[in-house]
Design a binder for this molecule. Structure first.
Ligand code: G4P
Length: 532
């Protein structure tokens, strides 16, 4: 494969994730995107969410019972832009709802941009804010989408203000609603100045026809709503809210679009913005800060390892994002951390929950590697020229539970199993002298991680555990010299992670703030910001 081929394949790819709070419309938007891109002919085949058409898979029994998707899946589809360029879109799922876990954050280490999806009636919600912080920390450019504009919601200017003041991201709308939420007629395309009229379709089952009307005819078509939109856009321009590519790439400003994913409005515009403005794969910085160019020999970064997808085979599949070079199924890669070869006969692509054999992959693509017991999140794989990417950061846990061995005869298995789950990044494991080695504390971003840990301890490791939740919600890194002092405070406890980092656990953020107010000299650092 020539360097040129790699370069041109990389430049037509866009790899992104949607960050949102549950119910903002992520599944609906995903389906609408795929529908527009015409990878599937009928919306509804993407997620096996209850009520929607489920895709057949041999996922974990737990997942089947709940009827929801535990895994983060990579969805790839082609899209021909308005300018006739054939692009390849890789959409990585960030599991939400009950599936929210450390994997949700880890997915964000594998994307080049993110779509921040906001419900027009609700504005910024907690899970969106958490995911946004991870994007900001990793300097991932963000496209903001205000969804459900067909339903009553907040004023568009008020939403822009919320984004600017609460998270310090400068909104730069590319489209602006003509008509208020719940009674809208379409959008003003701020780049062309034209009116894009919205047409309702029955049930949103097909792509909504969009009518483009020249600015001079827009008043006739939309009346005073058009005049209001024009005035508001003038206000936006006066306020410095015009699109600024550099600030977008720097994660300080965000282009904004208004959509109704359920009615398939604005989805085309999102695809166009993604393909025109979002960055293509651009290589990656290694541990020494050197950039490995996309046309360098193959390299990829494991961002997630899924166990138990096939209970009959104790299958383990590692999801790796390609950073450079070409991948051909059958290539023998090197596992950077051990130096051992890794055979890729079983490489797969994952569409929704269906797996298919994958033969070739390019920078920006995600490959699923089966039989990946040796791989961990954060591992690097390469061909020919060695490279090692920085480890995946561990994200701030918000759920804590003491794990106890339920079967005294399985003492050894218990220890080994907990160690294995820790190494694999299924949960973070914390210990303290006070609690002893028999009672490690499992720490997680979402409670589903505990379910996975308990399931694997019982079925795979053969040492069932009992979990007792602890009433902590916030963890901060504390310096070794301050451990004793912090540990002595009431309703607070310091525990040590396997990598030696000391974490102070607080029952909630008010308690943390109170502690900081009373002890301004004690440095407490948040996890994502302190690492990576
Ligand atoms: P999620 O993946 O972010 O959790 O959200 P999901 O797409 O499941 O959407 C949550 C609810 O919001 C769904 O309604 C969905 O139909 C609705 N929704 C999504 N986008 C829009 C939109 O643009 N406009 C309006 N009006 N509704 C939208 P539901 O009642 O929970 O399910 P359903 O029976 O409609 O599928």
């Amino acid at each position: 494969m020539t360097d040129n081929a790699v370069h041109s394949e990389a430049s037509r790819r866009r790899t992104f994730a949607v960050i949102s709070h549950p119910d903002a419309g992520k599944s609906t938007l995903t389906e609408a995107l795929v529908l527009h891109a015409k990878a599937i002919t009928e919306a509804g085949a993407v997620h096996g969410k209850s009520g929607r058409r489920a895709t057949v898979s041999d996922w974990m029994e737990m997942e089947k019972a709940r009827g929801i998707s535990i895994t983060s899946t990579a969805l790839q589809f082609g899209y021909r832009t308005a300018r006739g360029q054939d692009c390849v879109i890789n959409l990585l799922d960030t599991p939400g709802h009950a599936d929210f876990s450390e994997d949700t954050y880890r997915v964000l280490t594998a994307v080049d941009s993110a779509v921040m999806l906001i419900d027009a009636a609700k504005g910024l919600e907690p899970q969106t804010l958490k995911l946004f912080q991870v994007c900001r920390h990793r300097r991932i450019p963000i496209i903001t989408v205000i969804n459900k504009w067909d339903r009553p919601g907040r004023h568009a200017l008020e939403l822009m203000d919320e984004i600017a003041t609460r998270i310090g991201l400068r909104p730069t709308p590319l489209t602006w609603p003509v008509g208020i939420a719940g009674d809208f007629q379409g959008v003003l395309d701020r780049r062309s100045g034209n009116f894009i009229r919205f047409t309702r379709t029955a049930g949103g089952a097909t792509a909504a026809p969009e009518e483009h009307i020249a600015a001079e005819d827009a008043h006739g078509a939309a009346g005073v709503d058009w005049d209001t939109a024009v005035e508001e856009c003038e206000l936006l321009s006066a306020d410095g809210s015009d699109f600024d590519r550099e600030a977008f790439l720097d994660c300080t400003a965000s282009p904004v679009l208004f959509t109704s994913a359920a009615l398939n409005f604005g989805v085309n515009q999102l695809l166009d913005v993604l393909t025109e403005l979002a960055p293509p794969p651009g290589g990656a910085l290694d541990v020494d800060g050197n950039r490995r160019a996309t046309d360098a020999p193959f390299s990829a970064f494991v961002f997630k390892v899924q166990a138990g997808m096939d209970s009959a085979h104790r299958d383990r599949i590692a999801f790796a994002r390609v950073y450079s070079g070409t991948f051909e199924r059958g290539d023998v890669l090197t596992h950077a951390v051990t130096g051992k070869p890794f055979v890729t006969k079983y490489a797969q692509s994952v569409f929704g929950q269906q797996r298919a054999t994958l033969d070739t992959a390019w920078p920006g693509d995600v490959i699923g590697l089966a039989n990946a017991a040796a791989l961990r999140p954060g591992d690097t794989l390469y061909c020919d020229v060695p490279v090692q990417y920085p480890p995946i950061p561990s994200f701030s846990p918000e759920h804590f539970a003491v794990a106890r061995n339920a079967d005294p005869s399985k003492h050894k298995q218990f220890r080994r199993g907990i160690e294995q789950l820790d190494q694999e990044g299924v949960v973070q494991v914390l210990r303290s002298d006070r609690r002893g080695d028999q009672a490690p504390v499992l720490a997680a971003v979402g409670p589903m991680q505990f379910e996975v840990a308990a399931h694997r301890m019982a079925t795979e490791i053969g040492a069932p555990i009992m979990l007792e939740s602890l009433a902590y919600q916030v963890a901060r890194i504390v310096d070794p010299g301050d451990v004793d002092f912090v540990d002595r405070q009431s309703l607070t406890e310091v525990m040590t992670r396997t990598d030696g980092v000391h974490l102070a656990l607080f029952s909630n953020s008010w308690r943390l703030q109170g502690f900081q107010r009373d002890n301004p000299d004690i440095q407490l650092r948040s996890l994502v910001a302190a690492e990576g």
